[in-house]
Design a protein around this ligand. Sequence first.
Ligand SMILES: Cc1cc2nc3c(=O)[nH]c(=O)nc-3n(C[C@H](O)[C@H](O)[C@H](O)COP(=O)(O)O)c2cc1C
Length: 308
Amino acid sequence: MTTATTDHMETRLGNLDLRSPLIAACGTVGSVVDFAAVTDLAIYGAAVAKSVSGTPWPGRQPPRVAATGTGMLNGIGIQNPGVDAWVEEMGPGLEPLPVPVWGSAVGRDADEYARVAEHLSSTAVAAVEVNLSCPNLENGRMFALDAGAAAAVVRAVRAATTLPIGAKLTPNSEDIVVVAAAVAEAGADWVVLGNTVWGAGFDIETRRPLLSGVVGGYSGAPIKPIALRCVWEVSRALPGLPIVGIGGAGSGADVVEFLLAGASAVGIGTAHFASPRIGTRIIAQLHRYMSKHGVRSLDELIGAVEPW
Ligand SMILES: Cc1cc2nc3c(=O)[nH]c(=O)nc-3n(C[C@H](O)[C@H](O)[C@H](O)COP(=O)(O)O)c2cc1C
């Protein structure tokens, strides 16, 4: 079907060209290799493999995911086998995939992030996403909440790899513009805005929390306005900094909204759980929007919000 092609869907993040604005979001497409079996990866500009740390992390006890009626909660605790095992097990499978894969680095201090980035760079990954929604070993606070700590991580990763770097921030920040400016200064090629929003839920029959860790990450359609606000604020304040917008996108219309707010690419996350092939539908919807409105390239949409 012609409407599922990526013709006229090109975009770029700094020096990195993407054939499509859709990014398969970290943690929602497994190692990407498994996701290839259930969807057409060729319609994505990139797919982000699950975050990986320097040593294996066991993750939290179940229950770790919960439906909340609208959106979902997760408190997985970034379970992963550690970067050495990841490189050995996943590395060889990346090259044949019909999509550029980005690695996602986490760590408890800047050195661990740097080590992960260095090892990821020994594989075919096309970029490193620095997931700053990870507790800092020093004070237990998420790196992304603290501009100085986030910048120190990005600086260490910058020194450890020549690949392009995206810094993934959190909508829970008090002032996301300050953090975005700090990570850009430290060497991030783009920012990813954002991650899940803190949330909780309780079962009224058992009176237990929905997640073993009580507080977890809330994602899906209801967080879209929060993510759009983050994108809009950063794109207005830091016009040269490329942005990947993420949070609640599940349709072509949602993608257009993120582009208008100032994103150059848009992550699709929770929507994959309801429909792993949703990316193909989103691309078809984008084509229809572009032809209806006489839009020939995404550049005409990026940051093109009209004032009142
Ligand atoms: C089950 C689950 C696991 C996730 N794991 C990660 C992760 O390992 N690293 C990361 O940077 N983001 C992770 N995320 C966050 C998503 O990449 C995305 O930023 C967030 O869910 C908001 O987008 P969405 O509303 O489209 O899902 C995860 C999200 C979900 C739902």
